[in-house]
Design a protein around this ligand. Structure first.
Ligand code: ADP
Ligand code: MG
Length: 399
């Protein structure tokens, strides 16, 4: 049995006309001899009647007055509605389609409401149903905890549902259908000249996703990488195969890495930089941060001071904990992290130098920097972020 997984995001399912285009992709795969496992997000965006944010607005919006468990119970409804609506559309086109919840599809997930992890997927039910039906439409984003309750996988979690199913079912492809033509060299809302990439490695895309490119959830990429299932990020509304994401050897074949060491620029804002002067014990600082479950970044240790960054939303709490322990803390709010990502930059000299001179030329101060073998990050003021991303895109990725 040849299986392919197709995930459709909220905006792709927003209107009847768009759902029709999505159905066309299912029909094409059926014609090519596949059984199709569809994974759907909730229909539409905030404001649309069955979108996840709209449902949350029924109980107070972003700060609801109910438990996390109850939030998950509510938030999982959008996908449930979506799966039945899309399955009914397929049935109306004469396709044998069956809708199922995450629990029915075998998603066993942890009990961390709002950010659950997939423990395992029991595929027996899907396999049995596929003996009779050609298409199964599975609700993304949700699963069943060991207690039998419903939990969700966090924002962007349907991507993870899709690649995890692809891995468990040994699918030929996981197609992530969305509202852009593929993974782009920068966020198209920020860089007008951003272009769609033909191929990318799992490593590049997971770096991009962790560094703020919201086009796919980073965990989704990692699961596909472990199972070596190719992902394609594609437009649901336009023709084309989009970006193929695969292991380095298959994905970068034909790409001239020396000529293009950099693949993409990404950005994350809402970051605060903390500076602690004359710390008595450097280790204790990180112990305090770990106890508060604060993930720190951009750690830079000097003999008489130490800096790192944290999400702005947690700055106040972090400073309070550190001050309570006797540390002298100062901070800078409204920072942004801009990353230059590329599988080809490893060992290529001059990438960092080019970043620095491009930013210097525009008088954009670099507050801090860090690097790995495939990514170089700079911390800049949030007010410089847009320009920094565009300047770096121009320096590395202009044709
Ligand atoms: P879906 O509802 O299909 O899951 P998302 O909104 O989660 O769609 O992801 C698609 C969006 O990701 C695009 O509309 C685009 O604005 C954004 N995005 C950010 N960075 C990138 C990038 N480098 N390449 C492509 N899209 C990006
Ligand atoms: Mg998404």
């Amino acid at each position: 049995m040849k299986i392919t997984v197709q995930k459709f995001g909220g905006s792709s399912l927003q209107t009847e006309e768009r759902r029709d285009r999505c159905a066309e992709h299912v029909i094409t795969a059926l014609r090519d001899g596949y059984k199709v496992v569809v994974v759907v997000s909730a229909i539409g965006r905030n404001g649309d009647p069955y979108a996840t944010d709209t449902l949350l607005n029924l109980v107070g919006g972003s700060l609801p007055n109910i438990s996390k468990k109850e939030q998950d119970l509510l938030m999982s409804c959008g996908e449930t509605i979506s799966s039945v609506v899309f399955s009914s559309l397929l049935q109306s086109k004469g396709i044998s389609s069956y809708a199922m919840t995450g629990a029915e599809a075998g998603f066993r997930i942890s009990e961390s409401y709002g950010d659950a992890r997939i423990l395992n997927i029991k595929t027996e039910n899907i396999e049995t149903v596929l003996q009779t039906y050609d298409v199964i439409v599975v609700t993304g984003f949700q699963g069943e905890t060991p207690k039998g309750t419903v939990a969700t996988l966090g924002r962007g979690g349907s991507d993870t549902s899709a690649t995890a199913l692809g891995a468990a079912l040994k699918a030929s492809y996981v197609d992530i259908f969305t509202d852009v033509s593929g993974i782009m060299t920068a966020d198209p809302r920020i860089v007008k000249s951003a272009k769609s990439m033909e191929t990318a490695t799992y490593g590049e895309v997971s770096n991009m996703a962790y560094q703020g490119a919201k086009v796919i959830h980073p965990r989704a990429v990692e699961i596909a990488m472990q199972a070596d299932v190719p992902i394609r990020i594609r437009s649901s509304q336009e023709e084309g195969f989009g970006t193929l994401i695969a292991s380095s050897t298959s994905a970068i074949r034909g790409r001239d890495l020396d000529e293009k060491p950099v693949s993409a620029i990404t950005q994350v804002k809402d970051i605060s930089q903390l500076k602690i002067s004359h710390p008595e014990s450097q280790g204790d600082i990180f112990k305090i941060m770990t106890e508060a479950e604060l993930s720190v970044d951009f750690i830079s240790i000097h003999p008489d001071f130490l800096t790192f960054t944290i999400p702005a939303a947690r700055r106040e709490e972090a400073c309070k904990s550190l001050q309570a322990a006797g540390y002298e803390v100062t901070w800078t709010d409204r920072c942004a992290k801009v990353a230059v990502v590329g599988a080809g930059m490893s060992g290529v000299p001059g990438v960092a130098a080019k970043i620095v001179s491009a930013l210097n030329e525009k008088n954009i101060p670099i507050m801090q920097s860090a690097d790995s073998h495939t990514t170089i990050w700079v911390l800049v003021a949030e007010s410089d972020m847009l320009e920094a991303v565009n300047v770096l895109h121009e320096a590395f990725l202009a044709e």
